[in-house]
Design a binder for this molecule. Structure first.
Ligand SMILES: Nc1nc2c(ncn2[C@@H]2O[C@H](COP(=O)(O)OP(=O)(O)OP(=O)(O)O)[C@@H](O)[C@H]2O)c(=O)[nH]1
Length: 518
């Protein structure tokens, strides 16, 4: 039974081998890939978002710290310095410094300029506009109150930063002779204006503060004035050039923030100050940003690819092992070893098919009578019992060839066999369930619930035999028949007995007739 099922299964499998089987494997493989792809995609997107978040956080922090170092800290130091200086300054001191007479200031101011990195020159002026420059230069005389850095209105203790302007001193080391000046008005104890002190900022030195750091993402840190002039940058040759597009300055609306500039393909981080009117920019090329995360992504791709290959190899091994396991199982059941028969499914399938055919023939032989080609008595017993047990209604008939002994004796056994074969052939054409009960006796089971039809068919059969013209001269063959029916509670013996009694009646009433139900 197992073999039949198995062979059916194997045949089916081999027939649709290239369609359903491969299709199923593809679908199964694809289905198992779906979670893998979802995970891959999710991780990849999450990685991308995290990379961007990290980038923005890092760059915002970098820009803040750089701005603090380059702008806020020097300004704080300047404020401390000026407050400590101006706290002790009187109008007399200023007048003394400006006049040829020597005062303490003549040594303090040079030491401030020379000891700090912020200042290039100092101009101290009194309230009338008289002034002295340190270090001395040969620039033309000018009116301090008309200089762009001179604060028109300024509160006490407030340092004002000028916009970049053209320096008078042509020896200034700044490019294009430009300068930025921080100035502070000086008031006496009675809060009366007594003069002004102005420092030309040494932006080269201030730029050095940001020169030696290693910016993340190869960022470029720049400090520019509101009008776009570059004030601090690691490459000091660029100072006072317009290094920032005007659009960036217009986009820097918040006190700090970031944006992506499509035109230059750059990420721009900014921090805006109002005194001085400067903006600190950190600029990162998109390529540098992408390059930074690419190693991580590359590693992720490699790992995923390795997993994928491992998974495919595993699938292949499972498939191979599954085939071998089924083959081994079958061969084992059939008492064979893989070595004897080879391990291909095809060999197993062919062997099973042969066995199945043999089995079918054996079953057919066991159920079919060799002479009449009708079902055997053994099959009748089984079918009859099943039918009665299942309580399905049916009609039943026993047929017995009349005077068959005489036929045999007169015409020989061969002719007797021909008679039996013919009788069976005609019966088989009329009925499906017809059996050789024994010798020259046949039985018919009629499962339809139509007695008249059954009787008519039996009679057709009888008349066919009666009217048959035999080759043998003087040979006439007829049969007698007894009929019975299944009733609720009938046993096989009762049904058989009733039919047998009626057959006996048929024989006794002259043969060649059917005795049916009363
Ligand atoms: N040729 C041949 N004869 C068979 C076969 N099976 C049984 N017979 C013979 O059938 C005959 C049956 O004869 P009987 O049982 O005496 O009955 P009958 O001569 O048919 O007489 P009634 O049944 O009363 O009509 C026997 O001679 C058996 O040898 C068979 O397969 N082939």
């Amino acid at each position: 039974m197992f073999s039949v099922l198995f062979i059916t299964c194997m045949e089916h499998c081999s027939q649709v081998k290239n369609t359903i089987s491969h299709k199923s494997i593809c679908v199964l493989t694809a289905c198992t890939f779906i979670p893998f792809f979802i995970m891959f995609l999710y991780t990849f997107i999450a990685m991308d978002i995290r990379h961007k978040d990290d980038f923005i956080e890092t760059m915002t922090r970098f820009n803040d710290n750089s701005a603090r170092n380059a702008i806020e800290r020097p300004i704080q130091e300047m404020q401390l310095l000026l407050h400590s200086l101006l706290g002790q300054l009187t109008s007399k001191d200023i007048e003394g410094y400006i006049s040829p007479s020597h005062t303490e200031l003549n040594s303090i101011i040079p030491s401030i300029v020379n000891s700090t990195t912020f200042f290039e020159a100092v101009i101290l002026s009194d309230k009338e506009g008289n002034y002295t420059i340190y270090p001395e230069n040969h620039a033309e005389k000018f009116n301090v109150k008309e200089r762009p850095w001179y604060p028109v209105s300024a509160r006490k203790d407030e340092i004002r930063f000028s916009v970049p302007y053209k320096a008078i001193d042509k020896t200034s080391k700044y490019n294009n002779g430009m300068a930025v000046t921080a100035s502070m008005n000086i008031f006496n104890d009675h809060s009366e204006f007594v003069g002004n002190i102005a420092f030309d900022l040494d932006l080269h030195n201030l730029s050095a503060l940001i020169k030696n750091n290693h910016p993340p993402y190869h960022a470029r840190f720049k400090v520019v004035s509101y009008d776009g002039n570059l004030l601090m940058y690691s490459n000091t040759k660029e100072l006072f050039k317009r290094a920032i597009p005007q659009a960036w300055i217009e986009r820097a609306k918040e006190s700090e923030g970031h944006f992506f500039d499509v035109a230059t393909k750059s990420y721009v981080f900014y921090r805006v100050y109002d005194n001085p009117e400067w903006i600190a920019f950190s600029i990162v090329n998109e390529a540098n940003f992408k390059k930074h995360g690419s190693a991580e992504k590359y590693f992720f791709f490699l790992t995923s690819l390795a997993c994928l290959i491992f998974y495919l190899v595993l699938l292949f091994i499972i498939k191979l092992y599954f085939k071998q396991a089924i083959t081994a199982l079958y061969l084992n059941i059939n008492g064979l070893s893989i070595d004897e028969k080879g391990d291909s499914i095809k060999t197993v399938s062919e062997s099973l098919r042969e066995n199945s055919k043999k089995l079918e023939i054996a079953i057919h032989d066991a159920e079919t009578d060799g002479l009449t080609n009708l079902f055997t008595r053994k099959k009748f017993d089984a079918d009859f019992y099943d039918l009665v047990s299942a309580k399905n209604s049916f009609y039943f008939a026993i047929i017995d060839v009349d005077n068959f002994k005489t036929v045999n004796d007169t015409f020989g056994h061969n002719t007797g066999d021909v008679v039996l074969t013919y009788l069976s052939k005609v019966g088989s054409d009329i009925f499906s369930n017809i059996y050789r009960f024994g010798g020259e006796e046949l039985v018919v089971i009629y499962p339809e619930n139509n007695y008249e039809k059954f009787y008519t068919l039996l009679d057709i059969w009888r008349k066919t035999l009666e009217q048959k013209q035999w080759r043998e001269e003087g040979l006439n063959v007829t049969f007698s028949c007894g009929v019975s029916a299944w009733h609720e509670g009938s046993t096989t013996d009762e049904i058989l007995k009733k039919a047998d009694i009626r057959l006996y009646q048929a024989k006794n009433s002259g043969k060649n007739c059917i005795v049916g139900l009363e």
